[in-house]
Design a protein around this ligand. Structure first.
Ligand SMILES: Cc1ncc(C[n+]2csc(CCOP(=O)(O)OP(=O)(O)O)c2C)c(N)n1
Length: 573
């Protein structure tokens, strides 16, 4: 019997096809040219040629966040690989499954400071879930299969595979064998919550008089939003979402009290501060939520459900820890509620809701006065035009917070932003990845005049692949979030927060072959935005000149408790 042999490069391609990859995002270079040649000769998946490798990682990331499928990146050794670092860190901080295939110099040259040699496995070590130094062609398929498995199971995250050039080349061949049903003895994440802890959690919930559900990005990653909604309705509990968890329950659900944390709603932060039991689901008590950990909710009993045992009691001590997949654990909680003598304490609930509704009434909205366009007003208009159904991919800054606050997300995966790393430059490529996955939906990149310039070159990629994203830039002629901090904390000294020169974004968009629009009067806002969303099959860049002095509120007061907040200029909650 003759066996068919494939080059290492062909094995890469065959493995990706076997894993049903539809797109990979990358940029060629010397060490991966064999892979590029193999890609050229297949039609199982499409390669998207970006203009900068950082964008490849964010594009894969946006694709993943909007679909749940593992994103794949391909980069050459040295500068190609190091350009991926920010995108790997972005994915790592938000637990996004991603596989990064990086070229490497030939095995015999590793360690010689060869041309375009970088120890990418070493460089990325602190920001990956795992990495592989692949050293032979025959190992390639199963290494890739394992990388996918590790990336998407347990607490998801990015996995780097280093592929030296010599194992990819024509004289390095092997048969193709791949085991897509991966089982690893050394890696076996816990799935189910411990039954005793589930019982304890339900007892704690039953005894609560002021329960709040605090849920995070884990709900989105685990596709657990329907179960979460069922649990919240069963308990009739108030629920708040983290920035990463928005869409985990509908933003217009009666029990939803808004986002919590640094720019969270008054009612969310006060509800947390006054709760006697906090049920944390797929959230990690990060510092943008807790504010000063020493002052964090001192009277609350905390039930913390997380797939990652190292996240539990990392910053805030959990009284009832439950390690498991959040969807599985919610199912277990619902089953235990049914099986036990749990009964809703309607009297306590009614007075708790009364208190919460009082805080809701304290909500301070922005005021659209004068003819300067308030950035919040732009988001509201965007929401109305897209009927709340768009994928909204954001950059980082004030515009990100305005989008989080003023576009209530009905569904999970609609809101895509870099929460953990806070990566400016994420928005446009992430939106491109989402648009590729959802060509018939509105995909918006909400950005600022600072962030958009960090990956603006991708406008060229958008033209090549006809990615008709709508870019809405809330142009305040400054690095708004930095300026806000300087206004509030640094005596109004605007050190390097104003860019003295900005491009003409309309002409810039046009020069890349797209449609450019500028909006600078309030009375044309709705009409022009509507026009932008009516344009089919063209990318539209809408440059909206907004009030350059606006701040994001509420804003937690540094070193305070979770509910120590500024609620408008000079006014504390
Ligand atoms: C890569 C990177 N560099 C620096 C920062 C720090 N930073 C956070 S927000 C911000 C300003 C963002 O300005 P812009 O994109 O114009 O948005 P705006 O706040 O004005 O809405 C900066 C510099 C960051 N988050 N990411």
């Amino acid at each position: 019997m003759t066996t068919e042999l494939f080059t290492g490069a062909e094995l890469v391609v065959k493995a990706l096809a076997a894993l049903e990859v539809k797109y990979i995002f990358g940029y060629p270079g010397g060490t991966v040219l064999d892979i590029y040649d193999a890609i050229f000769q297949q039609d199982e998946f499409e390669h998207i040629l970006v203009r900068h490798e950082q964008a490849a990682t964010h594009m894969a990331d946006g694709f993943t966040r909007s679909t749940g499928e593992v994103g794949v990146v391909l980069a050459t050794s040295g500068p190609g690989a190091t350009n991926c670092i920010t995108g790997i860190a972005t994915a790592y901080m938000d637990s996004i499954p991603m596989v990064i295939l990086s070229g490497q110099v030939p095995t015999g040259l590793i360690g010689d400071d060869a041309f375009q040699e970088t120890d990418i496995v070493g460089c990325s070590r602190p920001i990956v879930k795992h990495s592989f130094n692949c050293r032979s062609a025959e190992d390639i398929p199963n290494t890739i299969a394992k990388a996918f498995y590790i990336a998407k199971t347990g607490r998801p995250g990015p996995v780097v595979i280093e592929l030296p050039k010599d194992i990819l080349m024509p004289d390095s061949t092997a048969e193709f064998h791949i085991n897509t049903q991966v089982k690893m003895r050394s890696y076996n994440p816990n799935v189910k919550g411990h039954p005793k802890q589930i019982k304890k959690a339900v007892k704690t919930i039953a005894a609560a008089k002021k329960l709040v559900v605090y849920s995070g990005g884990g709900i989105i990653l685990a596709n657990a939003s329907e179960l979460l909604t069922e649990l919240v309705e069963t308990l009739n509990a108030p629920i708040t979402n983290t920035l990463m968890g928005l869409g985990g329950i509908s933003g217009v659900h009666d029990n939803f009290i808004g986002m919590l944390g640094m720019h969270g709603s008054i009612e969310a932060n006060k509800t947390m501060a006054n709760a006697d039991v906090i049920l944390a689901l797929g959230a990690r008590f990060d510092d943008r939520v807790t504010n000063n950990v020493k002052k964090f909710c001192p009277d609350a009993t905390i039930i913390h459900v997380d797939i990652d045992p190292t996240s539990i009691s990392k910053t805030i001590n959990a009284h009832v820890p439950v390690v498991g997949l959040v969807d599985v654990v919610i199912r277990q909680l619902l089953d235990e509620i049914k099986a036990s003598d749990y009964q809703r304490n309607e009297e306590a609930l009614s007075s708790w809701w009364q208190q919460i509704n009082g805080w809701r009434a304290e909500r301070v909205n922005y005021v659209q006065e004068g003819d300067k366009i308030k950035p919040q007003r732009v988001i509201e208009s965007m929401y109305n035009i897209t009927k709340g159904e768009a994928y909204v991919c954001s950059d980082v800054g004030q515009h990100q917070m305005f989008a989080a606050q003023y576009y209530p997300f009905a569904k999970p995966r609609q809101w895509i932003n870099s929460g953990g790393l806070g990566t400016m430059g994420f928005g446009l490529p992430a939106a491109m990845g989402a648009k590729l996955a959802h060509p018939n939906s509105h995909v918006i990149c909400v950005t600022g005049d600072g962030s958009i310039q960090m990956n603006i070159q991708e406008l060229s990629t958008c033209l090549q692949y006809n990615l008709s994203v709508v870019i809405v830039s809330l142009n305040n002629r400054s690095l708004g979030m930095v300026r806000q901090w300087q206004d509030m904390v640094y005596g109004g000294r605007h050190s390097s927060s104003y860019m003295e020169s900005l491009p003409d974004f309309v002409k810039l968009a046009e020069s890349y072959g797209h449609v450019g629009m500028q909006i600078n009067h309030l009375d044309e806002l709705d009409e022009k935005l509507e026009q932008a969303f009516l344009i089919k099959n063209r990318l539209v860049f809408v440059d909206v000149l907004v009030d350059e002095k606006e701040h994001v509120y509420p804003m937690q007061i540094r070193t305070g408790a979770i509910d120590d907040m500024w609620i408008k200029k000079g006014v504390k909650a």
